[in-house]
Design a protein around this ligand. Structure first.
Ligand SMILES: Nc1nc2c(c(=O)[nH]1)N(C=O)[C@@H](CNc1ccc(C(=O)N[C@@H](CCC(=O)O)C(=O)O)cc1)CN2
Ligand SMILES: Nc1ncnc2c1ncn2[C@@H]1O[C@H](COP(=O)(O)OP(=O)(O)OP(=O)(O)O)[C@@H](O)[C@H]1O
Length: 190
């Protein structure tokens, strides 16, 4: 990645961080969960990775609970090494969470490792082409590249509708999303 691209990404990240923190949308997590569940009704034999919400990220807990209640296997991401793909550990409502890298809560070491069929990603911003901007660790880009090598893996961005921008700054490593779910709509990226 060039220095110019890195600077542009950082500028967009700062602006997106401030914008997301100012969004007010009541029950957005529950509304987005309903859109997701309406679009993907038959997931019983699948494993889905969500994220445990951090700061002003759209709340995934209504969707986690609903998927668990439907019998879908849920997982959460774990940073095991910088500059490496994420690992995933199984989550149930009984799972003990503990602080991991970057102070994100992750399932305790007793939780099984799993490989997700669906990866729901957090993001600072997204665009209509399905590009996303994260915190800059490159974790989801590396993870999706690895998961998509061979098996089918569907990436779904989960965010407030107001996080959409005209164009996310991209580099050659950026992995595109297959779907974007917000409190307002579920969009398939073509
Ligand atoms: N909820 C959540 N879980 C996640 C991610 C994420 O973005 N969100 N990750 C995505 O890769 C991985 C963890 N990696 C992370 C990398 C950087 C930062 C980070 O820079 N955080 C900011 C501010 C956080 C806030 O308050 O909103 C910081 O520490 O300054 C966080 C997580 C896996 N789990
Ligand atoms: N598959 C990959 N292989 C090698 N380097 C990568 C890969 N994916 C991303 N990177 C590098 O990781 C760094 C961070 O990438 P980027 O700024 O796109 O992160 P991000 O998408 O905002 O973060 P995240 O995916 O963690 O939410 C960049 O230097 C990028 O070139």
């Amino acid at each position: 990645m060039t220095q110019t691209c890195r600077n542009q990404k950082q500028q967009q990240r700062d602006a997106a961080f401030a914008r997301r923190a100012s969004i007010v949308a009541e029950d957005a997590g529950a509304r987005a969960a309903r859109r997701f569940l309406d679009a993907f009704p038959a997931l019983d034999d699948k494993t889905i990775s969500l994220y445990w919400p951090l700061g002003s990220e759209l709340d995934t807990r209504p969707l986690l609970q609903a998927l668990h209640d439907l019998g879908v296997a849920c997982a959460l991401p774990v940073v095991e090494r910088k500059d490496h793909p994420l690992a995933f550990r199984r989550w149930t409502p009984e799972t003990v969470l503990e602080p991991g890298a970057f102070n994100v809560l992750v399932p305790a070491k007793t939780a099984d490792y799993v490989t997700p069929d669906f990866v729901i990603t957090p993001m600072l911003a997204f665009d209509a082409a399905g590009y996303r901007l994260g915190y800059g660790g490159g974790f989801y880009d590396r993870t999706l590249e690895k998961l998509r090598d061979g098996v089918e893996c569907c990436a779904i961005g989960f965010a407030y509708a107001a996080q959409e921008v005209a164009r996310v700054v991209t580099d050659s490593y950026d992995q595109r999303l297959d779907y974007i779910v917000t409190e307002k709509e579920l969009r398939k990226i073509t």
